[in-house]
Design a protein around this ligand. Structure first.
Ligand code: F6R
Length: 613
């Protein structure tokens, strides 16, 4: 959450800062700002509430010139989204400007201490504390040693941060620090760069320096970056190649990224299956897990948040049914406070499309601390989860721009189906022919989704069920209960219509009391062993005058006759039904949101990469 950029070099910095901020807007878009150290040695700060485009417009009218600067796009944690609370934050002399991504947990105490020393706070943010602390530490050192001042400041901070600083005393330099929130830098003959994410730098450099927790960086306009520790020792750079395939393209022929990403799903299915099936076996080489480790595994923990959590619940069904290993799935933010029982026979998996979710990373570190190995399933190459894990399974869905997860969720479910087959193969729970059969069913998946996407109007029409509604219920059973949960999450996050999910059988234990004429219930009812029981749920809902939108298998006329609306999906192997069922639910949520006039790609209050706990 929050995106930061910085540059010190030969070129004018404003265009880079704006283009970097536009590409980081997926991290937050409630306000944005830049600070420039101008040639005359003055600090210029421009901030605006709202998206980067507002800042862009404001800057155009000012005609500022500078070759050193930092920028920020914000997702508010402390203090309302406003121009005042937007970053960069400055000291009272207006000589120092600072941008921050993260949360300073001890900011109240530090604020009181600084106020007692005469510092006057203008904003409600935790970040202003860092600016004032740094001002204090810098002056204590006779205003001569910014690297040491930054170290001394960071020693007093508790919490997560990626910080970038510029100061009029260093008109051609930027200083940075990282603890918990991501930060990459880059050297080039045009200058030195920094950003929260590779995406912001991909147009400018081929290689990145990845800062680790506890590291600092000193960027100079000659293009150099010095990485150092809290003893001022220079450190070897840990580098990573920029992956051009992981830079988002424009939405092209599609009106929004969400629809574009929904339409990418058949191709992703082909890519994932082709990439991991060789010589009759599932190959997950990046996982880096030995056959002996798998044979020894008697329990699996999967930890994730949001959509990744829903995908993990489906993975539990897969792994338990084919590999016969008990699986526990935990929400990362809860897991971090649980007394978890992990042994050397436990395999731990963290699932995170961004690879940067703070709760999930904390869980991974906790598991490691307990002595277990951690494997990451992520979409982002070189992300923190990928770098810190013992092995990685990349979902290869390509960059996802729309904030609501669609294709990355789909790719996670599919990747974890392959993981289940892989574990079953290694544990000898499936015959070689079973794997071949499972893969030939999988090969039908892209066509099934293409059939859904050929004409989405029938799914969009079902959005009518939510007209005038204040709430919606999603129900499903077995492996499709998480599908219902994911459908409800998609709907609420982009349309702002309250939605919740229940296992269909739980209706009669409470939620049925919600039903009244017109109340929308979306029922996931594929042709599987649970279909008849779920059909009884439909009857019970209809008997109470509520409206049913059923998501059923093509040809199931009985369901169609029982429901007010029906979304048909092609028949497919039962295990794969979550992968086809989710697609109409994505289309449905998008249409409800669109009809309500919402920006489907940028829902309010959300960010694509949740880097605070
Ligand atoms: C919902 C959504 C979020 C994420 C959650 C975890 O559409 O995108 O619920 O799934 O914030 O994010 P990752 O997978 O990056 O850890």
């Amino acid at each position: 959450m929050c995106g930061i950029v910085g540059y010190a070099g030969k070129n004018e910095v404003v265009d880079f800062l704006l283009s970097g901020l536009y590409s980081l807007e997926y991290r937050g878009y409630d306000s944005a700002g830049i600070a420039l150290v101008c040639d005359q040695g003055a600090l210029e700060v421009v901030k605006r509430a709202g998206s980067v485009s507002h800042l862009d417009e404001a800057i155009k009218t000012l005609g500022l010139n500078a070759c050193t600067g930092i920028g920020h796009t914000r997702w508010a944690t402390h203090g309302e989204p406003s121009e005042l609370n937007a970053h960069p934050h400055v000291n009272s002399d207006n000589t120092l400007a600072l941008v921050h991504n993260g949360i300073i947990e001890n900011h109240y105490v530090l604020r009181e201490e600084l106020e007692a020393k005469g510092y006057v706070f203008k904003t409600e943010t935790d970040t202003e504390v860092i600016a004032f602390l740094l001002d204090q530490e810098y002056k204590k050192l006779g205003s001569t040693d910014m690297p040491q001042a930054l170290i001394n400041t960071c020693k007093q901070l508790k919490g997560a941060y990626a910080i970038a600083v510029c100061h009029v005393d260093y008109p051609h330099e930027i200083f940075a620090a990282r603890n918990g929130s991501p930060l990459v830098c880059a050297q080039s003959n045009q200058g030195a760069y920094l950003a929260s994410d590779m995406i912001a730098l991909a147009k400018y450099v081929d290689e990145l320096i990845v800062l680790d927790n506890g590291q600092f960086a000193h960027l100079k306009s000659d293009g150099s970056v010095r990485v150092f520790d809290s003893q001022i020792n220079s450190l070897e750079h840990q580098t990573m190649q920029v992956d051009a395939n992981n830079v988002p393209a424009a939405s092209g022929e599609y009106p929004d990224f969400m629809l574009k990403e929904i339409y990418e799903q058949p191709e992703i299915a082909r890519r994932i299956v082709d990439g991991h099936f060789k010589d009759g076996h599932i190959r997950l080489d990046g996982l880096n897990i030995s056959d002996a480790d798998i044979k020894d595994t008697d329990r699996i923990f999967i930890v994730a948040c949001g959509s990744s959590y829903h995908a993990s619940l489906i993975a539990k069904s897969y792994i338990e049914s084919v590999a016969r290993i008990p699986v526990e799935v935990a929400v990362a933010s809860e897991f971090n406070y649980q007394d978890v029982l992990v042994s050397e026979h436990t395999l731990c998996i963290v699932v995170t499309q961004s690879g940067e979710t703070a709760d999930t990373l904390s869980a991974a570190r906790k598991i490691k601390g307990l002595g277990a190995k951690v494997f990451a399933i992520t979409n982002v190459i070189g992300s923190t989860a990928a770098r810190e894990a013992d092995g990685v399974l990349y979902t290869n869905a390509g960059p996802e721009v729309s904030v609501a997860a669609t294709k990355t969720y789909f790719a996670q479910v599919l990747a974890m189906y392959l993981l289940a087959l892989f574990l079953a193969d290694k544990k000898e729970k499936l015959e070689p022919q079973d794997i071949v059969n499972a893969v030939s069913s999988l090969r039908k998946l892209p066509q099934a989704i293409e059939d859904i996407l050929k004409d989405i109007s029938s799914y969009e029409k079902c959005a009518e069920v939510c007209e005038g509604a204040r709430s919606a219920l999603f129900i499903g059973r077995g492996v499709n209960y998480p599908t219902a949960s994911e459908g409800a999450l998609k709907l609420k996050e982009i349309s702002y219509l309250h939605a919740e999910s229940y296992p269909a059988g739980e209706m009669k234990h409470g939620p049925i009391a919600l039903l009244e004429p017109g109340f929308p219930v979306i029922v996931v009812i594929p042709q599987d062993q649970t279909r008849n029981k779920t059909l009884s749920n439909i009857e019970e809902i209809m008997a109470r005058g509520a409206q049913v939108c059923a998501l059923a298998t093509e040809g199931d006329e009985q369901v169609k006759e029982s429901a007010n609306y029906t979304m048909f999906v092609p028949a497919i192997d039962t295990d794969l039904t979550p992968l086809v069922s989710i697609v109409p639910l994505q289309i449905f949520a998008r249409k409800v949101a669109f009809d309500r006039g919402q920006n489907v790609d940028r829902p309010r209050n959300l960010a694509k990469s949740v880097t605070v706990e």
